[in-house]
Design a binder for this molecule. Structure first.
Ligand SMILES: [Zn+2]
Length: 466
């Protein structure tokens, strides 16, 4: 039993009012809300960091089943209650801890927002203190963890938002949000770009809604709805015993992003090629520009990110490619319920002699591979498909048909030149095939531990006793 999660974005319509969107005033409220929550988060972050001992306090707990008493670290909920007691003025407890009067600094702050901010700060403070302790234990000067930033996207607990759905007309859907206008807290309606895709995901059976997040960016605003689903998937050892099991293997590459092969009963029954449609070349051009700019302006200033827009563009392109490719991979998996998805264990990138822009591009391509792997894994798991990473050794050097060592080559003019990373693969057995396809088929061999990938017999330890 496991849990899959996913996020569905609902864009808010912030275009001019005449065009059906919210006006700039309403947009301003969102920004004011985010800013105020950030300030509140900074307050609680400081508060927790000023009381580090409290976060690791040992408290007695009574077991629900055995009624036994034992000691445990203070829980998040207990800390939340404690923090509220110390900082919030109530009728029974009108004077909070000196210097930490939240009610005075943040009047009328909605308690749902306050709770989400406290929990968030608590997580940040705990993470920082743990990192600090590890750093001190290591006793080295380098790698001192920096203070956590109080910025974050607001989490919308129940009572701070509601989705108003007009079942008959999806175009008239809006989100009601509790926002800060700069003077006071108010409920405001925000029109959305609601669509059928969102509606389908929202109502899909099996998916549970979690607290959404409000994302405000320069270009627009959105509410990200997080959903989780309980997954029952067969264990790999069980699947492996099933003679009818289907395996879906993926070979990830640079230009041919993914070669997906499906195998059942020892035969390849389907193949899907996912091309990059010029992404590698496009990215290379941008990175060349970035490298040139950096060279012209000298060394990049520490802490200042040069070429931010270009980097963002490159990152976005990679993200899009990762999602599209993962989608194509999972689409194949969905045709074979109960199948096992196979990836090669990712290799470390080798540093070769090449220009800066080429090196940057290789790095990006490698990151893209990692992203495709990650996103596919998540998407597949939501369909109860488990992913296995197999030994990648030799998948591109050995023949997928006979198991002998072959070679990669490319055809230049009319000549076949043997070269590393060539597009084609040939073997002495007469097999000539697209090299990435050959590698993809070998991923299955690696999973089933055939030929080159047979389990190594453990070396017997040297006889000690004679
Ligand atoms: Zn062969």
């Amino acid at each position: 039993m496991g849990q899959a999660s996913r996020t569905t974005k609902l864009l808010l319509d912030l275009s001019a009012r005449e065009e059906g969107g919210a006006n700039s005033e309403k947009r301003g409220y969102l920004e004011a809300t985010v800013a105020l929550l950030n300030r509140a988060r900074a307050f609680y972050l400081d508060f927790f960091l000023a009381h580090p001992a409290k976060l690791t306090e040992r408290v007695p707990v009574t077991s629900k089943t055995t009624r036994e008493e034992r000691e445990a670290t203070i829980s998040t909920d207990q800390l939340l209650t404690w923090a509220e007691f110390q900082t919030v003025a109530t009728q029974e407890h009108p004077t909070p801890m000196t210097g930490w009067n939240f009610s005075q600094q943040f009047p009328d702050f909605p308690n749902r927002y306050r709770r989400s901010v406290i929990k968030d700060s608590l997580g940040k403070a705990r993470g920082y203190l743990t990192a600090m302790a590890t750093w001190q234990a290591r006793g080295k000067k380098k790698g001192k963890p920096g203070l956590p930033a109080p910025r974050n996207h607001p989490t919308l607990y129940d009572g701070t938002h509601s989705l108003e759905l007009d079942a008959l007309d999806l175009r008239h859907t809006f989100v009601r949000l509790k926002v800060f206008t700069g003077k006071q807290w108010r409920w405001v309606n925000y029109p959305t770009h609601y669509n059928r895709f969102f509606e389908k995901r929202r109502t899909e059976p099996g998916w549970e809604m979690e607290s959404p997040k409000l994302i405000v960016r320069k270009q627009g605003a959105a509410v990200h709805f997080l959903q989780t689903k309980e997954i029952k998937a067969e264990k790999i050892v069980e699947s492996k015993k099933n003679p009818d099991v289907v395996t879906v293997a993926v070979d990830l590459n640079v230009k041919m992003l993914a070669v997906v092969t499906v195998r059942q009963h020892g035969k390849i029954i389907e193949t899907v090629f996912v091309r990059d449609h010029g992404l590698d070349q496009h990215r290379y051009q941008h990175l060349k520009q970035i490298a040139r700019k950096q060279w012209q302006s000298g060394k990049a200033v520490k802490g200042e990110r040069s070429n931010q827009d270009l980097w963002r563009h490159v990152k976005r392109m990679n993200q899009d490619a990762a999602h599209t490719t993962a989608h194509a991979i999972v689409e194949v998996c969905q045709k074979y319920p109960g199948c096992v998805l196979l990836f090669e264990r990712l290799r470390k990138m080798k540093q070769g002699a090449m220009s800066k822009s080429r090196r940057l591009n290789r790095k990006q391509a490698n990151q893209l591979k990692g992203q495709i792997n990650q996103v596919s894994k998540e998407k597949a798991y939501a369909c109860a498909v488990v992913t296995v990473e197999v030994n990648a050794h030799g998948t591109s050097q050995f023949c997928a048909r006979c198991g002998a060592r072959g070679e990669r080559f490319s055809i230049r003019g009319s000549q076949a030149n043997k070269e590393r990373g060539g597009k084609l693969f040939r073997c002495a057995c007469g097999y000539v095939v697209q090299a990435d396809f050959n590698a993809s088929v070998n991923v299955h061999h690696s999973f089933y531990q055939e030929w080159h990938w047979q389990p190594r017999r453990k070396k017997r330890p040297h006889a000690l006793s004679g």
